[in-house]
Design a binder for this molecule. Structure first.
Ligand code: NAP
Length: 316
């Protein structure tokens, strides 16, 4: 007789907005995962063992195989390295780190330790991204325009880390668009120009315009803006040699040549985070690494190549 398969035990570290909005509900609904503990200086989840010291969790709970890190990018590296050194599988919120070098270091460490490491990109799990990739695969790009415009006060209330070095500013949501772009584009792209608009009292941009070079000569650009009030826009509009595709609402909807495409059959797990945790379960069972840094590379290129312009000071 075979018993029920055992649940994968996970600890969530950094109990803030994304942990509460997405990770906790995705884990609670999963038949595979068990949220065993949280680590946080202030947050907790009812009914779950709460630690405020990560080292103590690692020492006291060798039964927890997996650590999922929901911290902002700058403090995340030390926690990830500590978890990997303790032989735990690690899942990273996006972006996987504050710098490319620290991400490479984590990948090397995971390889040495023989444990799973997942740089998760939640927007790649939006309902229409797989279908958009399939549709584009045999087409030639003519034009691709990313428009990602949202109200920072609505989506990041009081989060000062986004304005500090390593917080990425408008690239915090913009990297979601880049994670879709790098997944679906049918050819290699590299950034060749950028304009970064930085509030005079902050360290990171509130808006950015990016231009990419494509081997086909297609015009590829992105417009990120955190000053958007009213309608919020997360769109990728694509013209090809064989029709037009628009991804809307961050990849949740897709229109081809004016007709809405129903991809509901594509998403049996429903939302983005249940799909991320299904991916993580697969990586854990084979001890594999999924560390695609392409979206972060484009952001790093924008910070390297971009022209900076100071704009009006930003206050909450
Ligand atoms: P958040 O609520 O501001 O912060 C998450 C938690 O990180 C905080 O509650 C805090 O936990 C911990 N933390 C913050 N600074 C820390 C520090 N210096 N040292 C140790 N712990 C620290 O941020 P969030 O919105 O959840 O975002 C976290 C990550 O998720 C980011 O990389 C973001 O890009 C990604 N993400 C966010 C969203 C969203 O809608 N917000 C969506 C998708 C992905 P304690 O104070 O409890 O220790």
């Amino acid at each position: 007789m075979t018993g029920a398969p055992s649940l994968k035990k996970v600890a969530l570290v950094g109990i803030g907005k994304i942990a509460i909005d997405q990770h906790v509900p995705a884990l609670a609904a999963s038949p595979v995962w068990q949220l065993e503990a949280t680590v946080s200086r202030s947050g907790r989840v009812e009914g779950v063992a709460a630690y405020d010291d990560f080292e103590r969790l690692l020492e006291e709970r060798p039964d927890i195989e997996v650590v999922s890190l929901c911290l902002p990018p700058v403090p995340r590296f030390d926690y990830a390295a500590q978890a990997l050194k303790a032989g735990r599988h690690v899942m990273l919120e996006k972006p996987p780190g504050a710098t490319l070098s620290e991400c490479h270091e984590l990948e090397a460490l995971a390889r040495r330790q023989g444990v799973a490491l997942y740089a998760s990109w939640h927007s790649r799990e939006a309902a229409c991204v797989r279908e958009a990739k399939r549709w584009l695969a045999d087409k030639t790009l003519h034009r691709l325009q990313v428009t990602w415009k949202e109200d920072v006060r609505r989506w990041h209330p009081g989060q000062d880390w986004i304005w500090q070095p390593g917080g990425l500013g408008v690239f915090d949501p913009g990297i979601n668009a880049l994670s879709i772009l790098t997944e679906i584009a049918p050819e290699a792209l590299h950034l060749n120009a950028a304009h970064l608009l930085v509030p005079s009292n902050r360290q990171t941009p509130i808006a950015a315009q990016l231009q990419f070079q494509a081997a086909s000569g297609a015009a590829v650009s992105a417009d990120f803006d955190w000053r958007q009030e009213g309608e919020q826009i997360w769109t990728i509009a694509i013209e090809t040699d064989a029709g037009n595709l628009t991804l809307l609402e961050g990849g949740a909807r897709m229109v081809v040549d004016g007709a809405e495409i129903d991809t509901s059959a594509e998403a049996p797990l429903g939302d983005e985070y249940p799909r991320l945790y299904a991916n993580m379960a697969a990586l854990v069972s084979t001890g594999s690494i999924d560390m695609d840094l392409a979206p972060l590379r484009h952001v790093a290129d924008a910070f390297t190549l971009g022209e900076r312009r100071l704009v009006a000071a930003f206050d909450w």
